[in-house]
Design a protein around this ligand. Structure first.
Ligand code: TYD
Length: 205
């Protein structure tokens, strides 16, 4: 089973995934956690180019293709082989991030984006996607407090609002794949929903 986690910057995805992974491992599930962009040596190199603060002239098309380059390598080198072995794969961001950020955020054509995503992933789609949904301003505040600022965070507030709206539209289109969680709840509350949902879809151990 392939599970992805989406949401705005600062929604707590990364620490929630770590806690969920630990819990599932304790229950005896074999799993792999990874993230985008990154997750392989080559994909991590691409990530550095994407987030280098010096790359202020990077064009949206360049950005799109670099995200797909990172993704293509991750899918072929890691995700597909692991899924074939029956390993549960948890991925911090995946193709829906491209649709939300580059599509809705930068207003790049969604049909074209779906084509390049399909090329990069070979059509691999998640079985389950969580949206850790958070008010945009609260997300940016949390992110600024953490001090972990990257080149993409510098876009204006309305960009992040379009991203959030985009996630909601994507979730609405495929309600059977998406589960929306209010990420303003406590860490424990969010974690409980994640555990409950995943365990209800996995074969018992
Ligand atoms: P990252 O530092 O990994 O943090 P987080 O996932 O916790 O926000 O930043 C990833 C950034 O890259 C984030 O701003 C979303 C963006 N992104 C895209 O714009 N398109 C994509 O396809 C992906 C995978 C990420």
């Amino acid at each position: 089973m392939f599970i992805t986690f989406e949401g705005p910057d600062g929604s707590g995805k990364t620490s929630q995934i770590a806690a969920l992974a630990k819990h599932l491992e304790q229950l005896g599930y074999s799993l792999l956690t990874t993230r985008e962009p990154g997750g392989t040596v080559i994909s991590d190199q691409v990530r550095r180019v994407l987030f280098d603060l010096k790359n202020t002239t990077m064009r949206p098309r360049t950005e799109i293709l670099l995200f797909q380059a990172s993704r293509a390598q991750l899918v072929e080198e890691v995700i597909r082989p692991k899924l074939q072995q029956g390993t549960l794969v948890l991925c911090d961001r995946y193709a829906d991030s491209t649709l939300a950020y580059q599509g809705y955020g930068h207003r790049m054509d969604l049909v074209q984006l779906r084509t390049v995503i399909h090329f990069a992933t070979g059509g691999l789609k998640p079985d389950l996607t969580f949206l850790l949904d958070l008010d945009v301003e609260e997300g940016l505040r949390r992110r600024a407090r953490g001090g972990d600022w990257n080149r993409l965070d510098a876009y204006e507030l309305t960009f992040h609002q379009r991203v959030r709206q985009g996630y909601h539209e994507l979730a609405h289109e495929e309600p059977e794949r998406w589960v929306i969680i209010d990420a303003s709840q406590s860490f424990a509350q969010v974690q409980a929903v994640l555990r409950e949902t995943v365990l209800s879809r996995l074969p018992p151990r």
